[in-house]
Design a protein around this ligand. Structure first.
Ligand SMILES: *Cc1c(COP(=O)(O)O)cnc(C)c1O
Length: 389
């Protein structure tokens, strides 16, 4: 491999060099027993996930999106209901609300941590109450980029307002808040095992964590078409929302090395923090927390500077990504669900200035050094150009 070989943003091939034998052994077991739907690996994974977070129950489901959908269905969220969620997140957080006929109410985020901003949440709840058209029902806190949302404050607001609190933890399994793993901060926590998430499978998958046995039973029913205790007894409208046995097998093999992956991501984040901190805005850490480092997002001065860095890195074989170029309330699909006179200034500005650097656990020290060197030489070049201008 030459020094200039392109670096991968996500390196599943290298991951297989490390975990391939363990994954193949698990897959072979499934190929032998042939219980491809709800085989024993699903329950084994559920137990491992619950134990990992200290949650009472985990329910394996088909994706992080379906996990959110089933949690909202479990709360009987529907037309006339308002669900509060950050404007700066992946579309899945909001689309499930609209799929159920309810209304997403977009909330601004914190300029340093990019997590949902409690003051904006309070203001948006008050505005919905005073308009009197929708009933405030739930808050979806998103643990963005690997770090926790401000759960202490979110719990206080939800309790005071009588709202159900839900944790969209799709990006942050493995992260921790006040010394405990994410998974117990809300009434229900949803996970995604999409390949690019911290615990990624080899396809779609997800889970719901909860300490409430009744909710867990409800999610188990919902993921199997609303089935009751007996087969073909239909208690409610559900969906086909099960986790595949083959995905559970891959995830069980990957859980073995997950702690090492989290440590490696943290090591890379520290190297970036140390060497890039004086060149651009490195990510602020949420106090008293650990990040799962799904995304290492830096901030530039403006769109021109961000685009210039992205182009320079591309030239050097360093891939980057923009999460998210536009806040949700500016997306065509959501525009009609947001009142234009309400601005969410932080979420609106971030899309122009943010850039994600590669941070997957397969990156070598040499590759990390190359990313840092490429940013440094871009900055030196900008300064020369600035001095000339
Ligand atoms: C990825 C993601 C989801 C959806 O997960 P899928 O498994 O892809 O359906 C939901 N919310 C957030 C914040 C995500 O990043």
């Amino acid at each position: 491999m030459t020094d200039n070989a392109p670096i991968a943003f996500l390196d599943l091939a290298r991951q297989q060099e490390r975990l391939g034998p363990a994954i193949r052994a698990r897959l072979d077991t499934v190929l032998r027993h042939c219980r491809f739907v709800m085989g024993p690996e699903v329950e084994e994974l559920e137990q491992r996930l619950a134990a990992y977070c200290g949650a009472a129950e985990a329910v394996g489901v088909s994706s992080g999106t379906d996990a959110l959908l089933m949690v909202l269905m479990g709360e009987e969220i529907g037309p006339g209901d308002a669900v509060f969620l950050p404007a700066f997140t992946y579309t899945a957080t909001a689309e499930v609300v609209l799929l159920l006929g309810a209304t997403p109410v977009f909330v601004d985020v914190d300029p340093a941590t990019f997590q949902i901003a409690p003051d904006s949440l309070r203001a948006r709840i008050a505005a919905v109450r005073s308009a009197g058209e929708l009933e405030p029902r739930a808050v979806i806190g998103v643990d963005l980029f690997g770090q926790p949302a401000p759960w202490d404050v979110l719990r206080e607001i939800s309790e005071n307002e009588g709202l159900v609190l839900i944790d969209d933890c799709a990006q942050s399994f493995g992260g921790a808040y006040h010394g405990r793993k994410l998974g117990r901060e809300a009434v229900a926590t949803t996970l995604s095992f999409f390949p690019s998430k911290p615990l990624g499978g080899y396809g779609d998958g997800g889970a719901i964590l909860t300490d409430d046995p009744e909710r867990a039973a409800l999610y188990r029913s919902l993921r199997t078409h609303g089935e009751g205790k007996m087969r073909y007894e239909v208690l409610r409208i559900g969906l086909n929302g099960r986790l595949d046995t083959l995905q559970a097998a891959v995830l069980l093999a990957k859980l073995g090395g997950f702690g090492d992956e989290l440590r490696r991501r943290e090591e890379i984040a520290r190297a970036y923090d140390a060497d890039l901190g004086n060149l651009l805005g490195v990510p602020a850490r949420v106090a008293d927390s650990e990040s799962a480092w799904a995304v290492y997002a830096v901030l530039l001065k403006d769109a021109a500077e961000r685009d210039s860095l992205q182009a320079a890195l591309r030239e050097s074989g360093v891939p980057t990504a923009i999460y998210y170029p536009k806040p949700l309330h500016w997306q065509p699909a959501y525009r009609e669900h947001h009142d234009d006179s309400v601005s969410l200034p932080v979420a609106e500005a971030l899309g122009e200035r943010i850039l994600a650097l590669p941070i997957h656990p397969e990156l070598t020290d040499a590759e990390v050094a190359r990313v840092i060197a490429a940013v440094r030489s871009w900055r030196e070049q900008r300064e020369v150009e600035g001095a000339v201008a």
